[in-house]
Design a protein around this ligand. Structure first.
Ligand SMILES: *[C@@H]1O[C@H](CO)[C@@H](O)[C@H](O)[C@H]1NC(C)=O
Ligand SMILES: *[C@@H]1O[C@H](CO)[C@@H](O)[C@H](O)[C@H]1NC(C)=O
Ligand SMILES: *[C@@H]1O[C@H](CO)[C@@H](O)[C@H](O)[C@H]1NC(C)=O
Ligand SMILES: *[C@@H]1O[C@H](CO)[C@@H](O)[C@H](O)[C@H]1NC(C)=O
Ligand SMILES: *[C@@H]1O[C@H](CO)[C@@H](O)[C@H](O)[C@H]1NC(C)=O
Ligand SMILES: *[C@@H]1O[C@H](CO)[C@@H](O)[C@H](O)[C@H]1NC(C)=O
Ligand SMILES: *[C@@H]1O[C@H](CO)[C@@H](O)[C@H](O)[C@H]1NC(C)=O
Ligand SMILES: *[C@@H]1O[C@H](CO)[C@@H](O)[C@H](O)[C@H]1NC(C)=O
Length: 665
């Protein structure tokens, strides 16, 4: 009977629909006992709270429904099926004024995100696959960081990400009030539970994202509504879940309940069954802080508000230069904004000093509380920049306890910013020449000298590549908290080395530290570094600058003066008068002074290598006698004397000086 057949068919359809419904949906009112596929820092608490990341630094976490869903229509090939999901989540920062990163609802063809990066990559992509259509990832990001790299609109937004962190559509977090139609702002990283709805209608290709505070009913007007053809994004079977990540700051990203459904409206969540939010210690801490430091918190809040206003109003204030070739340096790049914040807007108050290459500011990275020194180097020429940045990044990989760690860089128009570890005791020249500070003892000086020698040996011989410092001098030696000497600023001179034209030879370095052959050839070598190190040795032992324009002849050139004394047999008379009263083995000072002369040998072949220098300083080998011929050679070549004239005319006080030899030589 046809009617019976129809009825049976109808029943079959209903049944298959029912079973596919069973396949195509789930509801978690809390996650206790839920079968989820978790990785990284993701976990489910005994209460049933899903922590996608816990408060761990640079952590990444993912949580996926273990079984994939079918997202492609069989009947209409090329069409993506409709789906709908809703979840209640909270982003709980450890400290309200330092934000972690966001939480993302993800639809992905894989659950393997092992090559994805944390921080701004949200645990979804890395710098090589970000934006690649073969990712097959749809993300709805709740983003709490303004990342200029991905054209983020602000640091509190909801965005639709298709295979890329550069959102196809995004807007500030909030909801449209049903009664008034007005947009109400919401704060994502507030630690308060909020509900998100994501609905996709396959035929119209309409994707809506809606959010509201819990337990408000779903607002009628979605926050975001985009028409997106997802058919090339979705593969036949796709996983649904969450991804989130922390930077150096500690934030917990948690999901309390989650409902999902293919081809229909996700079942509402039962708020009564959702687990409670963690009682956050941080709130406790904050409250305590607020009790003890109400003014400070107020000031901080004002600072944050002011910064946010600034961000919104003057985006281009933070504009940076970022080119394709820099992508591989992602981890070494700092955003200008972060550096701006770290140094309180490069306020004079944070200025540590200025040298030949630029001004140096002290700062605290907002994301990690790490103290840094930020050097602003003005640089107009883009020529050689790629090469230079490659060198900077490779220098960033140097690790030695006598080298100031370079943490990364940032580029702006006409400017390069370099981020270093902060050295609390500043540079050595301040200790040597600032009469208001107590003099360094000989033991301290000798330790600094040995430290610098060992750092330079590492650069010259012990690292995989030969690195030439090019500007060794007391003001480029920084002192850490234990007064160990650390070399800073290496390689920077190179920035000015490129693009020498036929008429002008720019030579970088500082008067009195320049090897004679450098002035002739312009080519820096390990031996020109050794020459500068020799001048540095004399500087530390004698407590005098290599060139003292205001001094009386024959004391203008330290090297000449020490040499004179050596010839007369009164070498030790050149020691720093501030060491009077200090008791120490004078042989050490004698070694240092003689070594200073040896390293200052006018011919590069007459100078020792840094390894030999180390042996002499450690007393492992005895110093050779200075060659008799040495005494008869005018140490500073005419060229230096010519340069000196310019120097004396153009500069009276500057510590670090860049000079230029011009003329068609
Ligand atoms: C975060 O989770 C990881 C891995 O589950 C664990 O080792 C770590 O102790 C947790 N950290 C905190 C602060 O809970
Ligand atoms: C969790 O789900 C996966 C995939 O469906 C399944 O293989 C596994 O047996 C389930 N585990 C439990 C404990 O139910
Ligand atoms: C980026 O992720 C892709 C896809 O997982 C992977 O093939 C690639 O090796 C990763 N690249 C890096 C630099 O980690
Ligand atoms: C996208 O990724 C695929 C596979 O990983 C790779 O073959 C392709 O070159 C990538 N495309 C771009 C533009 O990077
Ligand atoms: C909501 O935030 C935006 C900036 O994100 C701001 O322009 C607007 O004034 C805010 N609205 C309210 C009602 O606070
Ligand atoms: C998206 O929002 C629009 C506007 O409110 C509405 O007309 C449409 O039905 C919604 N689509 C989905 C899939 O929810
Ligand atoms: C982005 O979302 C807004 C708000 O829903 C909507 O008006 C706009 O058309 C969307 N833009 C695109 C490109 O989808
Ligand atoms: C959506 O994209 C697919 C492939 O990218 C294409 O075949 C299809 O025609 C598109 N659908 C519409 C309605 O444009």
């Amino acid at each position: 009977m046809p009617s019976r057949l129809l009825k049976t068919l109808f029943m079959l359809v209903i049944l298959s629909f029912a079973s596919s419904r069973e396949d195509g949906s789930f509801v978690f009112n809390g996650f206790r006992g839920a079968n989820l596929s978790l990785d990284g820092f993701a976990s489910v608490t005994p209460d049933g709270l899903l922590l996608v990341t816990n408060a761990s630094s640079r952590g990444v976490g993912h949580a996926f429904h273990p079984k994939p869903f079918k997202f492609k229509s069989d009947t209409a090939p090329g069409t993506t099926l409709s789906f709908s999901t809703t979840f209640v989540c909270a982003i709980i920062p450890m400290y309200s004024y330092i934000r972690g990163l966001g939480l993302v609802f993800v639809v992905s063809h894989t659950t393997d995100f092992s090559t994805a990066l944390p921080t701004q990559y949200l645990g979804l992509f890395n710098f090589s696959n970000n934006g690649n259509a073969s990712n097959h990832v749809l993300g709805i990001e709740l983003d709490t960081i303004l990342n200029a790299e991905f054209q983020d609109i602000n640091d509190n937004h909801v965005g639709i990400d298709v295979n890329s962190l550069h959102s196809t559509n995004s807007t500030g977090a909030g909801y449209y009030d049903d009664s008034t139609g007005a947009l109400q702002n919401m704060t994502l990283a507030s630690g308060v539970a909020m509900q998100i709805w994501v609905d996709y209608e396959g035929v119209n290709m309409q994707l809506n994202v809606t959010m509201a505070p819990v337990p408000m009913a779903k607002p009628n007007k979605p926050l975001l509504s985009s028409t997106i053809n997802l058919s090339s994004v979705m593969t036949d079977s796709m996983y649904v879940g969450f991804s989130s990540t922390n930077g150096l700051t500690l934030t917990t990203h948690c999901v309390l309940g989650w409902s999902f459904k293919m081809n229909g409206i996700a079942e509402p969540l039962d708020y009564a069954k959702l687990p409670p939010l963690p009682r956050s210690d941080s709130k406790h801490k904050l409250q305590k802080l607020a009790i003890w430091l109400p003014l400070a918190s107020c000031a901080l809040a004002l600072l944050v508000v002011a910064t946010v206003v600034l961000v919104v109003k003057r985006r281009n204030k933070y504009a940076e230069l970022l080119e394709d070739w820099e992508q591989e340096y992602g981890p070494h790049r700092f955003s200008y904004k972060e550096l701006f914040r770290a140094t309180k807007g490069f306020k004079d108050k944070t200025l540590l000093g200025s040298g030949g290459f630029g001004r140096v500011y002290q700062g605290v990275l907002p994301s990690s509380n790490v103290e840094v020194a930020v050097k602003r180097v003005s640089h107009e020429s883009r020529q050689g920049m790629k090469e230079f940045v490659a060198e900077i990044v490779s220098i960033g990989q140097l690790r030695h306890r006598n080298i100031v760690q370079l943490l990364g860089y940032c580029r702006r128009k006409g400017e390069l910013l370099l981020v270093y570890d902060y050295m609390p005791n500043g540079s050595l020249d301040n200790f040597l020449y600032d009469e208001t500070r107590p003099a360094l003892s000989w033991a301290q000086r000798f330790q600094i000298i040995k430290g610098v020698a060992s750092g330079l040996l590492y650069l010259h011989q012990d690292w995989e590549k030969i690195v030439i410092h090019r500007d060794i001098k007391a003001s480029n030696v920084l002192l850490d908290s234990e007064l160990n000497g650390r070399l800073g600023d290496f390689g920077l001179a190179r920035l000015y080395d490129h693009g020498t034209d036929a008429h002008t030879t720019h030579i970088m370095g500082t008067m009195g530290y320049l090897a004679p052959e450098l002035a002739k050839t312009g080519k820096a070598t390990t031996k020109t570094d050794v020459f500068a190190f020799g001048a540095f040795l004399l500087e530390v032992a004698c407590g005098r600058r290599p060139v003292e324009p205001s001094a009386e002849e024959p004391q203008v050139l330290l090297l000449d003066w020490v040499l004179e004394n050596w010839k007369r047999g009164t070498l030790l008379a050149t020691g720093d008068p501030r060491l009077a009263g200090d008791i120490f083995p004078v042989e050490e000072m004698e070694t240092v002074l003689k070594l200073g002369l040896l390293c200052s040998h006018p011919g590069p072949d007459g100078r020792p290598t840094m390894r030999q220098v180390m042996h002499f300083l450690d007393g492992d080998s005895t110093m050779p006698d200075l060659p008799p011929a040495y005494a008869s050679i005018g140490i500073l070549s005419l060229i230096q004397r010519e340069g000196l004239k310019d120097y004396m005319m153009s500069s009276s006080s500057s510590v670090s000086h860049m000079f230029e030899l011009s003329g068609g030589r």
